[in-house]
Design a protein around this ligand. Structure first.
Ligand code: NDP
Length: 461
C-alpha cells in the first residue's frame, strides 16, 4: 500500500486549483482539494465574473442616453435598483459555484470545505477537522488578496473589491484609491450607475504599464464620465462620521463620501499556510517562487496562479494548472507560453491589448513603426457624445512583424482575443494590409491603417 493517502492535494478551489484537480483526476490520480471560502475562487465569486455583470449593468446608462438619438422616447426616467442587481449577481455566481463543485465531484475529486495548512513536504492539515493527509504532491493555488495601502489612520473603515459587490446600500459618493485595473473598472461602473466617483492615485496618469496613448484616452474617457480624477493625491486619514467618511488628502483638502474603496494591488495569499515550515522559498512580498514547471524548491510542493505573482490573470492560472496536471500525471512534456497574452480592462470604453507597448518595443527593437488612428464610433454620429476609439499597431520596422496592438473602444477585449492569434502566428503589417476589411465595423480600421504615424530608430535616442 502507498505511503500516501492521495496523489495530489490542492489547496484553493479557484480557477487554477480546480483545473489542476480535474485534469489530474482524469489521468487516474487520487485528488483532494480544500477551499476555505466558496468554490470558484476570486474570478467567479468576487472578481472577473461579478465585475463583468456590473459592467453590463452600468452600460445601460449609456444605452438609455444613446437610444433617444435613435428615436426612442421614454415616458419614465429609468431608475436603477442596486439590491436587485446584487441579488441577481448572487444568483449567478452561486450557480457557477455549484457547477464548479459538481464538476469536481464528477471528476471524483474529494472536496474539503475548510482551510488547509501545510505541515511538511508531504503533509497537509485540515484545520476544522484536524485531519492530517499524507500527499505525494501538494499544489498551492490560493491566489491573492487585496492589499489595503497606503497604511493610514482609519484604513480599517475602507472596503476592498471583496466587499464592493455586496454593499447593502448604493454609495452615492464613492472614493476609489488606486489607478490600476480594479480602480478604473469600478470608477467607470459606479459613475455610470449614478455615483459621484473620486479617483485618488499617486501617479500622474491611470493604468501604469499600459500603452501611453491608451492611458491618455482612458483618462479623457473617465473625465467624460464625470469621474473626478485627482492625480498625485492620496488619502492621509479616513474618519468615520454620522453619514459616511471624511478623508484628509495629501493636497490638504478634504473629501466626504459614503464609501472608500481601496484598490492598490493584490498580495499573494501565503500567510499562515505553513510554507515556511515546509521550507518553501518565497520572494519579499510572499509570492511562491516556482520554476517553469510550477515546482518550488521543495520537489513535492508546487504552485500555480496569482500566488506565484507572475502574470495575474485567470486564463493564465487555468493554463498553468492544466499543464501542471498534464506533466505530473499525464506524462506530457510541455510548458506554458507566456507570449502574447491578451488582456482587457473593462472600463467604458474598454481597453483591449496584446503584445508590446510602444515604449516596450522601443526598448527592445532598433526600429519601431507606429500606426495609429482615432475616430468617433459610428453610433455617435446619431447618438451624440464625445466617445473616441483609439487603435494603435506597434510594428517592428525591420521585420514588419506586428509586435503589439492596443485598442480603446467598444468590444476592444473581444478584438484583442482574436488579434492574439495573429500576433502569435507572427503576422506582419503586410498581412494585416492584405486582409479584407469587414464593413461597417470598427475593427476594419486595423486592416486599413495605411499611413505610418511615427518611426522610432535607436539613432534618434
Ligand atoms: P494594479 O497593480 O493594477 O494597480 C495597483 C494600483 O495601486 C496602482 O495604481 C498603484 O500605483 C497603486 N498602488 C500600489 N501600491 C500603492 C501604495 N502603497 N500607495 C498608493 N497607491 C499604491 O492592481 P489592482 O488592485 O487594480 O489589480 C490587481 C490585479 O488583478 C491586477 O494586476 C490584474 O492582474 C488583476 N485584475 C485583472 C483585471 C482584468 O484583467 N480586467 C481586472 C481586475 C484585476 P502605481 O501605478 O503608482 O504603482
Amino acid at each position: 500500500m502507498s505511503e500516501f493517502e492521495t496523489d495530489l492535494f490542492v489547496i484553493g478551489a479557484g480557477s487554477g486549483g480546480v483545473r489542476a484537480a480535474r485534469i489530474a483526476s482524469g489521468y487516474g490520480a487520487k485528488v483532494m482539494i480544500a477551499e476555505e471560502f466558496r468554490i470558484g475562487g476570486t474570478c467567479v465569486i468576487r472578481g472577473c465574473v461579478p465585475k463583468k455583470l456590473y459592467v453590463y449593468a452600468s452600460r445601460f446608462a449609456d444605452d438609455f442616453a444613446d437610444a433617444q438619438g435613435f428615436g426612442w422616447r421614454f415616458t419614465h426616467r429609468p431608475e436603477f435598483d442596486w439590491p436587485k442587481l446584487v441579488a441577481a449577481k448572487e444568483g449567478e455566481i452561486s450557480r457557477l459555484s455549484r457547477i464548479y463543485e459538481a464538476n469536481l465531484l464528477k471528476s471524483s475529486v474529494d472536496i474539503f470545505q475548510e482551510r488547509a495548512e501545510i505541515l511538511g513536504p508531504h503533509e497537509v492539515r485540515l484545520m476544522q477537522s484536524g485531519r492530517v493527509v499524507a500527499a505525494r504532491h501538494i499544489l498551492v493555488a490560493t491566489g491573492a488578496s487585496p492589499q489595503m495601502l497606503p497604511t493610514i489612520p482609519g484604513v480599517e473603515h475602507a472596503i476592498s473589491s471583496n466587499e464592493i459587490f455586496d454593499l447593502p446600500k448604493f454609495p452615492r459618493r464613492l472614493a476609489v484609491v488606486g489607478g490600476g485595473y480594479i480602480a478604473v473598472e469600478f470608477a467607470s461602473i459606479f459613475a455610470r450607475l449614478g455615483a459621484h466617483v473620486t479617483l485618488l492615485f499617486r501617479a500622474d496618469n491611470v493604468l501604469r504599464g499600459f500603452d501611453e496613448t491608451l492611458r491618455d484616452g482612458l483618462r479623457d474617457a473617465l473625465a467624460e464620465a464625470e469621474v473626478d480624477q485627482r492625480f498625485g493625491v492620496l488619502p492621509t486619514e479616513i474618519v468615520k462620521t454620522d453619514d459616511g467618511f471624511d478623508l484628509g488628502l495629501t493636497d490638504h483638502s478634504r473629501l466626504h463620501v459614503d464609501q472608500v474603496l481601496i484598490a492598490t494591488g493584490r498580495a499573494p495569499h501565503t500567510k499562515g499556510l505553513g510554507l515556511e515550515k515546509a521550507g518553501v522559498e518565497m520572494d519579499d512580498i510572499g509570492a511562491i517562487k516556482v520554476d517553469a514547471r510550477n515546482t518550488t524548491n521543495v520537489p513535492s510542493i508546487h504552485a500555480v496562479g496569482d500566488v506565484t505573482n507572475r502574470v495575474n490573470l485567470t486564463p493564465v492560472a487555468i493554463r498553468e494548472g492544466h499543464f501542471f496536471a498534464d506533466r505530473m500525471f499525464g506524462g506530457a512534456d510541455k510548458e506554458v507560453d507566456y507570449d502574447f497574452i491578451p488582456s482587457a480592462v473593462f472600463t467604458t470604453p474598454e481597453i483591449g491589448t496584446v503584445g508590446l507597448t510602444e515604449a516596450e518595443a522601443r526598448k527592445s527593437r532598433d526600429c519601431v513603426d507606429i500606426y495609429q488612428t482615432s475616430f468617433r464610433p459610428m453610433k455617435t454620429t446619431i447618438a451624440g457624445g464625445n466617445e473616441k476609439v483609439i487603435m494603435k499597431l506597434v510594428v517592428c520596422g525591420e521585420s514588419d512583424q506586428v509586435l503589439g496592438v492596443h485598442i480603446l473602444g467598444e468590444s476592444a477585449g473581444e478584438m484583442a482575443q482574436l488579434l492574439a492569434i495573429s500576433l502569435r502566428l507572427g503576422a506582419t503589417k503586410a498581412d494585416f494590409d492584405a486582409t479584407m476589411a469587414l464593413h461597417p465595423s470598427a475593427a476594419e480600421e486595423l486592416v486599413t491603417l495605411r499611413n505610418r504615424t511615427a518611426r522610432h530608430t535607436r539613432d534618434e535616442e
